[in-house]
Design a protein around this ligand. Structure first.
Ligand SMILES: Cc1cc2nc3c(=O)[nH]c(=O)nc-3n(C[C@H](O)[C@H](O)[C@H](O)COP(=O)(O)OP(=O)(O)OC[C@H]3O[C@@H](n4cnc5c(N)ncnc54)[C@H](O)[C@@H]3O)c2cc1C
Length: 227
């Protein structure tokens, strides 16, 4: 497979950095081609808006979606976006590596989605979910949390990780048609012992070796605990 790792962490020596490096190594050893978008190293601009475009068609009223469709049709995205879009088109599988920040992606990764999953490029009004433009692609989230696993229960204060990630799984990845694999989560990574961290990396290696054959989740509009 052709695999794009989209990685967001400000510190290369972080545990997220170690997971990203491990994924790149294991996936290439398994015969896959890998490209990495290291968003902090790229100094990726997370703010979607007029800066996405070489020029604006309607200068009297900026309509972001209309400009995205127009730029898709006439190649009008700025080179920073075009480069990333080419990687998405190239990839069969997109792996997102990030620490859970405020129950979601770090803003730099959300900005990558805002700008990358442009209307016209990744979806159209009647081309979404199972008929989405990226329906031949697969995706998976690999993340770390600060809180330990015992707090992520559907009857607990934080809720289950499947519920927390549902807006990404359903509202972003599945929306553009991708099949979504179950996430890999290293819970409590910051305060884990060295042995626990080594065990997480070992378990992650196993997950990575089977990404090609792992079944996608069957997702619905409601978060899992509300189904
Ligand atoms: C803005 C913000 C919001 C947050 N919101 C949430 C939230 O909503 N929910 C939540 O649960 N948490 C939250 N957190 C906590 C955050 O999720 C954790 O701090 C993060 O997931 C820990 O991962 P890390 O990669 O940053 O760990 P690091 O602190 O970088 O790494 C942990 C340890 O692993 C070590 N390490 C590095 N490489 C290796 C290796 N190869 N082998 C073994 N050990 C290694 C590092 O040296 C370090 O000691 C938030 C944090 C911030 C900053």
């Amino acid at each position: 497979m052709k695999i794009l790792i989209v990685y967001a962490h400000p510190e290369p020596k972080s545990f997220n950095g170690a997971m990203k490096d491990l994924a790149s190594q294991v996936l290439q050893e398994a015969g896959h081609s890998v490209q990495i978008s290291d968003l902090y190293s790229l100094d990726f601009d997370a703010v979607g808006g007029v800066n996405d475009f070489m020029e604006i068609a309607d200068t009297k009223f900026f309509n972001y979606l209309n400009e995205q469709v127009r730029a898709t049709n006439d190649g009008g995205f700025v080179p920073e976006l075009k480069t990333e879009m080419d990687k998405v088109v190239w990839a069969d599988f997109v792996l997102f590596q990030f620490p859970l920040w405020w129950f979601s992606f770090p803003a730099i990764m959300k900005g990558w989605i805002d700008r990358m999953f442009a209307m016209g490029f990744s979806y159209e009004i009647r081309r979404n979910f199972e008929s989405g433009i990226f329906r031949e692609k697969r995706a998976m989230l690999a993340l770390t949390t600060g809180s330990p696993s015992m707090l992520f229960r559907s009857d607990g204060k934080l809720g289950s990780i499947e519920d927390i990630l549902h807006h990404i799984h359903w509202g972003m990845l599945r929306y553009v048609g991708m099949d979504v694999l179950p996430p890999f989560v290293a819970y409590g990574a910051a305060r884990a012992t060295a042995e626990q961290r080594a065990a997480y990396l070992e378990a992650y290696k196993e997950r990575l070796r089977t990404v090609e054959t792992t079944s996608a989740m069957s997702l619905l509009a409601l978060p899992p605990s509300a189904q």
